[in-house]
Design a binder for this molecule. Structure first.
Ligand code: ATP
Ligand code: MG
Length: 647
């Protein structure tokens, strides 16, 4: 009997939805999706309400995905203007600086509206028109939200590039979508260090393919010295300051593009995922309200950077469309010390907290004391996103961070899906640590075998989604064929997620990792997540990554990279102990054939382990590492290669 956590009676009593509501709403949503999503669309303000709700065919010869196709709206109006009357003075954004000594800022809906209108006017004056692409390369400062919403207001398509990416990564993304304008800052500040953003843009714009850029707007964040190239480069405050604080929003068709966002590239070359206006905003706002059980006076904090899809859907668009108070944090979890997250929660009385397993594991490694020194009494709901959360980390998050009081919503989704597809509803769903639980309304997951045969009951296979939902991506920018080939060819008639998954006897979904991360050892399918979870459950292990490598006898062998907790020393004895531990936890079939000590693991900026790189190291093919430019810290690759040589 696996451990289960039903919603507490108190929580359920105050929640939007309870268990029987979920079952009923879900059944309705899949019985008649057009009726369901037509009704949900009423949550937005439309210039012209849609009458055509769903127009979708996954058939290759007649492929189309359209939602609300005759509707007209503006995303920024939905995030701003419509709240002015009832919530004009409510805080829309709380900004918490990297340095805790810098006063936090509270930006009301009225102020946010004015800032966005000023920038929208400025962008139009600079010649940006509907359909133009604008690249945002910004730190986590309010201007990042202003810029996204100002683009939405005039109908320009934003492409946010994470502020930690290199000049090559920026250049590649600018060239791919042909941006006309770039908005950046002099420098970013994270963990007490400055990042030369403007300098990186200067470097990027020397690369071939970037001469579509006419203007670079520079926000003054630190006042550090930068090289302004006139007339290309303009100071943000100078350009925006004089502009009127009102702006007539563009009337956008529901299917007009809202933004492009490049995937994190953990499985290959990043794809320019394109989302459109109507369906995306309906889906982001509705999932945000339901999955976090949103209340009017919530202080909601999503720690994701705006450079990641979670920052788009659940820091900016979802919360602001819902009139919520959304906290934006400039810094990192361990600066000035490892209590920072919890201190910020107390300081702003955060009620809903949404972060990634990588952050949870890193903080768990530091022990309970830095958490226990804070109150966290304001917390109501905790969320997780980005990778499978191993049960060990789940329990710690639940017991230590949430004082066993707050439900955890483990949300499975992708850049491609626009919003959460599989997750608990905190007042309705009984939780199981490590499971993303049940599908959201309108989502029909299925598990298929390698031949596309649908599997029934408790089983394991490749996760597909059988029908469309409004937040689904519409194309890979500039390469519609790649979109169709990647997601709709493998299993015709279904959207292929690329993830492996297990379904238990209660119909709960357990993501096991990427399909190409499932290892086949002597004919047994072993999910990398399962072995990693077992390793991390050992008291001395902080983090682990597992990949397959060619094995003469077994077909594939198991190669484990292990990071030890602070203060633990690697030894031959410990190596043996860990192998025996996995044997005991999962079974002899899963015992690692190789176990390499890893001072750090190669991760994307969103915290995902880049297993394709680890596979190449395990296979001893260091010359085939591929694109490493989206790594958070490229130097860890070299240290792993060195470590492998020593062995
Ligand atoms: P690329 O597609 O370029 O390789 P990426 O898949 O890392 O990049 P994202 O869209 O940010 O880019 O990540 C989505 C993936 O993250 C999912 O397919 C899944 O593998 C993983 N994921 C996200 N949330 C969860 C979760 N709650 N549980 C398990 N896995 C998750
Ligand atoms: Mg992906």
């Amino acid at each position: 009997m696996p451990e289960t956590y039903p919603p507490s009676a108190d929580f359920a009593a105050a929640a939007r939805l309870r268990a029987d509501d979920y079952a009923r709403r879900y059944a309705e949503s899949v019985r008649d999706p057009a009726a369901f999503w037509g009704e949900v669309a009423g949550r937005l303000d439309w210039f012209k309400a849609p009458t055509q709700i769903k127009d979708v065919s996954y058939a290759l010869e007649d492929f189309r995905i359209r939602w609300y196709a005759d509707g007209e709206l503006n995303a920024s109006v939905n995030c701003l203007d419509r709240h002015l009357e009832a919530r004009g003075d409510k805080t829309a954004l709380i900004w918490e600086a990297d340095d805790p000594e810098v006063p936090a800022r509270h930006i009301s809906y009225r102020e946010l509206h004015a800032e966005v209108c000023r920038l929208a006017n400025a962008l139009e004056n600079l010649g940006v028109v509907k359909g133009d692409r604008v690249t945002l390369y910004l730190p986590m400062i309010p201007e990042a939200a202003y810029a996204m919403l100002a683009c939405a207001r005039i109908g320009a398509v934003h492409s946010v590039v994470f502020g930690g990416f290199s000049p090559d990564s920026i250049a590649g993304r600018i060239a791919d979508c042909g941006s006309k304008l770039v908005i950046t800052a002099d420098e970013g500040v994270r963990g007490g260090k400055t990042i030369p953003l403007k300098k990186n843009v200067d470097e990027a714009l020397k690369r071939p393919g970037t001469n579509s850029v006419e203007t670079v707007l520079v926000v003054r964040r630190t006042g550090g010295a930068v090289d302004m190239q006139m007339p290309r480069d303009r100071w943000y405050d100078a350009v925006v300051g004089e502009q009127p604080a009102t702006h007539a929003p563009a009337r956008m068709n529901a299917e007009d593009p809202l933004f492009i966002l490049y995937t994190s590239g953990s499985t290959g070359k990043p794809k320019g995922v394109l989302h459109t206006t109507g369906g995306y905003l309906v889906y982001a706002s509705y999932t945000h309200e339901q999955v976090f059980d949103l209340k009017e006076d919530d202080v909601y904090w999503c720690t994701a950077d705006v450079g990641w899809v979670t920052g788009h859907s659940y820091l900016v668009y979802g919360p602001l469309a819902n009139g919520a108070t959304s906290l934006m944090f400039e810094g990192v979890p361990n600066y000035p010390d490892v209590s920072r997250f919890w201190q910020v929660i107390d300081k702003h009385r955060v009620t809903v907290f949404y972060t990634a397993p990588t952050a949870i594991r890193a903080l768990m490694r530091e022990g309970d004391a830095p958490v226990k020194s804070t109150s966290r009494a304001s917390l109501r709901v905790l969320g997780s996103v980005g990778e499978p959360i191993n049960p060990e980390a789940w329990r710690w998050y639940h017991e230590v961070v949430g004082d066993s009081r707050c439900p955890i919503v483990d949300t499975w989704w992708q850049t491609e899906t626009g919003g959460i597809l599989i997750a608990p509803l905190p007042g309705a769903t009984t939780l199981k640590p490590g499971s993303a639980t049940l599908p959201f309304f309108g989502i029909e997951p299925a598990l298929v075998d390698a031949n596309g045969q649908e599997l029934d009951g408790a089983t394991e296979g490749n996760l597909v989604i059988k029908d469309s939902w409004p937040g689904q991506m519409r194309t890979v920018y500039g390469d519609h064929q790649r979109f169709i080939d990647t997601y709709f060819k493998t299993y015709p008639g279904r959207y292929f997620t690329g993830d492996g998954c297990r379904r238990d006897e209660d119909g709960y979904y357990w993501i096991t990792g990427r399909v190409d991360d499932v290892i086949n050892v002597s004919g047994h399918r072993i999910g990398t997540a399962e072995v990693e979870s077992a390793l991390v459950a050992h008291a001395k292990v902080a983090e682990a990554a597992v990949v397959g490598f060619p094995h003469d006898i077994k077909g594939q062998g198991i190669y484990a990279y292990v990071t030890l907790n602070a203060g633990e020393q690697p030894s031959e004895e410990l190596r043996k102990e860990l192998v025996a531990w996995v044997r005991k936890e999962i079974g002899p079939i899963a015992s690692p054939d190789h176990l390499q000590w890893a001072p750090g693991l190669p991760k994307t900026r969103s915290g995902k382990i880049m297993r394709r790189i680890l596979r190449k190291i395990a296979e001893n093919q260091p010359d085939q590492l591929g694109d490493t430019s989206t790594l958070a810290d490229p130097s860890v690759v070299q240290s792993l290669l060195d470590e492998r040589k020593v062995k």
